[in-house]
Design a protein around this ligand. Structure first.
Ligand code: LLP
Length: 444
């Protein structure tokens, strides 16, 4: 397994992350456990911020909180000077409760409810990324009711298909998101936004997909968006202050993945904006981006305890762990690949090819196929790398399995940032109506 960030094998032969021995983490917090390498998260954040600083442009790096949203994470994002992208009242609430500055929050989504918009207006968030005409009118009406003007970006689809998994590419024309540039919808949206008195149109937003390893998609998107901006300036005499080119920067899950350094993406994007707007705009627009996965993805490791195994001679050996698709639905959803190792036997040679099964009642609950491991025994610890993004945030209680705890580790110290769900948490919202199960009364 590739050792990301501060991960290393210590003198005891155990996997250590952030100076914390994973065997001790298991003793303290139990498994499954999400372990987040705080120093690596901060390093990733700084790589983007430094690259933008060098570009000389005004900028915002908004962490896409959908990748991993907890109050501690919001605090860390704030400390690193980033902005925050939220897509629901839940994410917004988490950020506000964590004391995240509202003016640095951007609200996304293709179906924001009136209640969500009201909550965001009351909190005075920085801007809404408006997705469709219904939303423009709803935003205008609610802003009017509140006696305010709200800042918006228009989410446009530039017609770029990122080279990534089909389910996670969103820049193409046939998408539920945004106003299409190619068919004139985006142009209409600009006119509508300018005409609606309670909207302040700041700029344009484009997001072309996720887990992208090339800069070309971003460059083409930047070109199309700026081409569109030039047309709007020429025909409507309207100038955008902000161009947001979204997130989607790829990370390493396995050796097949070849991510670029953040600075390479940022340079490609900022150069494209400079190239396309120079001579057209008096002042270059601010450039915003929204990395999610590439801030937290490779900083996360999930620790499991090995349970039972099943050897089918001549076919394969299944090793089961105490989690699965409930804490990591990505293999089942996207056929995602992961690397793993035995965290308590870090120096032992891999002599077996095994497949890692989750504990859910579903054959598709497989975490890794054909993994090289030392012979794993019940009680061993399995560490799966690069689980920091879209694992905790997409976790479920399928089979009524409680969600794991999350810890931040740094310089030899671990800190709980999300408690493990208890069995009582699982039934906390259950209600038994009077008319159900009358025959038997509950005891105890
Ligand atoms: N901005 C917008 C508008 C987005 O829709 C997304 C991701 C991002 C930024 C952040 O993208 P990132 O930098 O994290 O790639 N659940 C899937 C990923 C879905 C991404 C959805 N949008 C997965 O587990 O791979």
């Amino acid at each position: 397994m590739y050792l990301h960030g501060t991960s290393k094998i210590n003198a005891k032969g155990h996997l250590e992350i952030g100076g914390c021995d994973t065997v001790e983490l298991k003793e303290q917090y139990g498994t499954p456990l999400y372990i987040m390498d705080e120093a690596l998260i901060r390093q990733r954040a700084r790589e983007y911020m430094d690259a933008f600083r060098q570009s000389g442009l005004s900028y915002q790096v908004a962490y896409a909180s959908k990748a991993f949203c907890t109050m501690a994470m919001c605090r860390l994002v704030e400390e690193e000077g980033m902005s925050l992208d939220v897509v629901s009242e839940g994410e917004l609430y988490t950020a506000l409760k964590a004391g995240f500055p509202a003016e640095r929050i951007h609200f996304h989504g293709n179906n924001k409810t009136p209640a969500e918009i009201q909550m965001a207006i009351s909190a005075r968030i920085g801007c809404f990324v408006a997705d469709n005409f219904d939303e423009l009118h709803l935003l205008n009406a609610l802003a009017a009711e509140n006696g305010v003007k709200v800042n918006i970006l228009l989410r446009v689809t530039p017609g770029v298909e990122a080279h990534t998994h089909e389910y996670i590419s969103t820049g193409q024309t046939d998408s539920k998101f945004g106003f299409d540039i190619g068919n004139g919808t985006a142009y209409e949206a600009v006119k509508t936004s300018i005409a609606l008195p309670h909207l302040q149109l700041l700029g344009l937003h484009s997001h072309i997909g996720s887990q992208i390893f090339e800069v070309e998609g971003f460059q083409v998107a930047a070109e199309r968006v700026s081409g569109f901006a030039v047309k709007v300036k020429r025909e409507l005499d309207f100038v955008f202050k902000v161009i947001n080119l979204g997130g989607g920067f790829g990370i390493r899950y396995t050796k097949e993945d070849t991510p670029l350094h953040a600075s390479v993406y940022v340079k490609a994007i900022t150069d494209a904006v400079k190239r396309n707007f120079s001579g057209v705009y008096d002042q270059l627009p601010e450039v915003w981006i929204e990395p999610g996965r590439s801030i937290v993805g490779d900083a996360g490791t999930t620790l499991y305890t090995v349970g039972s195994s099943k050897d089918i001679p001549g076919v394969r050996k299944y090793i089961s762990v105490d989690g699965g698709m409930t804490d990591n639905p990505r293999p089942a959803l996207y056929d995602s690949k992961y690397e793993a190792m035995l965290a308590n036997r870090g120096r032992e040679a891999a002599t077996e090819t095994v497949s890692i099964a989750g504990k859910c009642c579903e054959s598709g609950d497989m975490l890794i196929w054909d993994l090289e491991l030392p012979p794993a025994k019940t009680g061993d610890l399995l560490a799966v790398a690069s689980t920091g993004a879209y694992n905790y945030s997409m976790a479920s209680n399928y089979n009524r399995i409680p969600r794991p705890a999350v810890v931040f580790v740094n310089e030899g110290e671990s800190a709980l940032v999300v408690k493990r769900e208890s069995l009582n948490d699982l039934i906390a919202n259950d209600v038994i109506p009077q008319r159900v199960g009358k025959q038997h009364s509950l005891k105890g």
